[in-house]
Design a protein around this ligand. Structure first.
Ligand SMILES: Cc1cc2nc3c(=O)[nH]c(=O)nc-3n(C[C@H](O)[C@H](O)[C@H](O)COP(=O)(O)OP(=O)(O)OC[C@H]3O[C@@H](n4cnc5c(N)ncnc54)[C@H](O)[C@@H]3O)c2cc1C
Length: 480
């Protein structure tokens, strides 16, 4: 957005106060502070105000005012994003548009199997409302107690159930969006089939607030599974884990709902930093797979399937060891190992993070070649590799060599390590951001690795839908 007259800011704020009430326009630095710092505290911006509308109509009014006064809007939900997408820049001329007060579940339709909820609904509340109606809303991630449905859609969030149910995009049937003209597009149709031209919904999903403000969505619901069975398998390599994935798909089909990979080093970090967590096997294994089946039939049926799967895997020499949870407590303990990895990694010290995806079939080759390139460039660097193997999505993180100061390590090696990893991702036909989006963190990487044709199409979309660059400038792609 073109730099506007700072003198216009007081008039803008006054107009906003008139539109949504003075107490919903925050401009005290102490009140604003939590909204201008991202979850990882990597980005701290400034804002002329935080605007807290309570309805779609109020959002539309604020967008019209922002256009009129030349103030850029940074949409924000739970502020749990990991790419700095919801943090304003340092100019102090952008306003944060918090959607948190749009928090109504508008309808649950058990026959159409849908829930219609506003953008500011906390994800866990959407799950709970679905459960109250005897249905499952399967989107699930560690930030679900704080992140919002609007943020989930704007980042096309993934999480632990993508393998079976898909990511936020695949769960969404319709959107309500405020456009840059301050008009409301009501696309809350809840249809599973609608071939009437361009799919506008998909354009706004994953756009990180750069094309429009999502104010509500219709999301798919599913039957609650009757039984969940969790297991751990020790395997010798990522390739063996991929063989197990193929076998699990053959054996369990659509019942396979989770397939996570964790390297031995990941679990060593967990048991070191959290002594209450136990290494699950008597002897170490290079890679550990956590897999889960969700069965609509019965506990016995799920148990039979997982036993058959493990028998086949042992017969073929794919797995070296396996443990099947016999109780909910054991299942929770298995998931706890996986969930403690990011915390253990944080306790170990700053590290270089990558949230990447390559086609599942190429994951083994990607890990081998990239590990080797990093070992050559930074001898002793420790690889913390884990993630949603079933989705081809790895958290491929690099920790300083033992005894090396993490800050010094990052200062010296971050740029080089990023280049090695992202060049390798590109060579393996992957993406530099699988789940967390681009925000401001990966804007240069997107410019580097996307083709000129793709970038031009993206800029054309942005110029058409947001010609004044009102929505979240400086995120996802550079304009102009
Ligand atoms: C502990 C932890 C674990 C996580 N695990 C996962 C995971 O497994 N999978 C995963 O995908 N992500 C994960 N994340 C990242 C994050 O939780 C998700 O990206 C989440 O979807 C963001 O939702 P939010 O409401 O916090 O969005 P915010 O952080 O507030 O915003 C994220 C982006 O969306 C835009 N935005 C927000 N609301 C709207 C709206 N209504 N309309 C238009 N644009 C909007 C913002 O401008 C910003 O660009 C994790 C984060 C944490 C802290």
């Amino acid at each position: 957005m073109t730099p506007h007259d700072t003198a216009a800011l007081p008039a803008f704020l006054q107009a906003c106060q008139h539109a949504i009430g003075a107490d919903q326009v925050l401009d005290d630095p102490d009140d604003i502070s939590p909204y201008v710092t991202d979850w990882r505290r990597r980005y701290v911006g400034r804002a002329c105000a935080v605007l807290r509308p309570a309805s779609t109509a109020e959002v539309a009014t604020l967008v019209r005012l922002a256009t009129q006064f030349g103030v850029a809007l940074v949409p924000q939900g739970g502020n749990t994003g990991l790419a700095g997408g919801a943090t304003p820049d340092a100019s102090g001329r952008q306003a944060v548009l918090s959607l948190r007060r749009l928090d109504r579940v508008r309808a649950v339709d058990p026959i159409n199997d849908t829930i219609t909820a506003e953008a500011g609904c906390i994800l866990a509340h959407v799950q709970a409302r679905a459960a109250d109606a005897g249905r499952l809303f399967p989107l699930s991630l560690a930030a679900e107690g704080s992140c919002t449905l609007g943020g989930n859609l704007a980042t096309n969030a993934g999480g632990t159930a993508v393998l079976r149910y898909g990511n936020a995009r695949e769960l969404c049937l319709g959107l309500e969006v405020v456009t840059a003209k301050g008009e409301v597009w009501n696309g809350l149709r809840g249809l599973r089939k609608d071939n009437t031209g361009y799919d506008l919904r998909d354009i706004f999903i994953g756009a990180e607030g750069t094309l429009g403000i999502i104010t509500a969505a219709v999301m798919k619901l599913y039957p609650q599974p009757t039984a969940r069975i969790t297991a751990l398998a020790g395997v010798a390599s990522p390739q063996a884990a991929l063989q197990l994935l193929a076998l699990a798909r053959d054996t369990a089909g659509a019942l396979l709902s989770g397939f996570e990979l964790m390297s031995d080093f990941c679990l060593r970090l967990v048991t070191h930093h959290f002594p209450s967590q136990r290494y699950p096997f008597a002897v170490p294994h290079a890679q550990i797979v956590l897999l889960e089946l969700s069965d609509g039939e019965s506990e016995a049926h799920a148990s039979q399937l997982i036993e058959r799967l493990m028998e086949r895997a042992f017969e073929r020499g794919i797995v070296d060891d396996a443990l099947v949870a016999q109780s909910l407590a054991q299942s929770n303990a298995m998931w706890a190992l996986r969930e403690h990895i990011p915390l253990a990694q944080a306790n170990e010290g700053l590290n270089i993070k990558h949230d990447i995806a390559v086609p599942s079939s190429r994951i083994g080759e990607f890990i081998d070649t990239t590990d080797a390139a990093i070992a050559a460039a930074v001898p002793g660097a420790r690889m913390v590799t884990f993630g949603h193997l079933g989705d081809g999505n790895l958290h491929y993180n690099v920790q300083a060599p033992a005894g090396v100061d993490p800050r010094a390590f990052l200062a010296e090696h971050q740029a080089r390590v990023n280049r090695i990893v992202y060049d390798s991702v590109h060579a393996h036909h992957g993406t530099v951001s699988a789940e967390h989006g681009v925000g401001q963190l990966k804007i240069e990487d997107v410019a580097r690795y996307k083709s000129p044709v793709e970038l031009e199409l993206m800029r054309a979309l942005k110029a058409t839908l947001d010609p004044g660059n009102v929505f979240n400038p400086g995120k996802v792609l550079r304009c102009g």
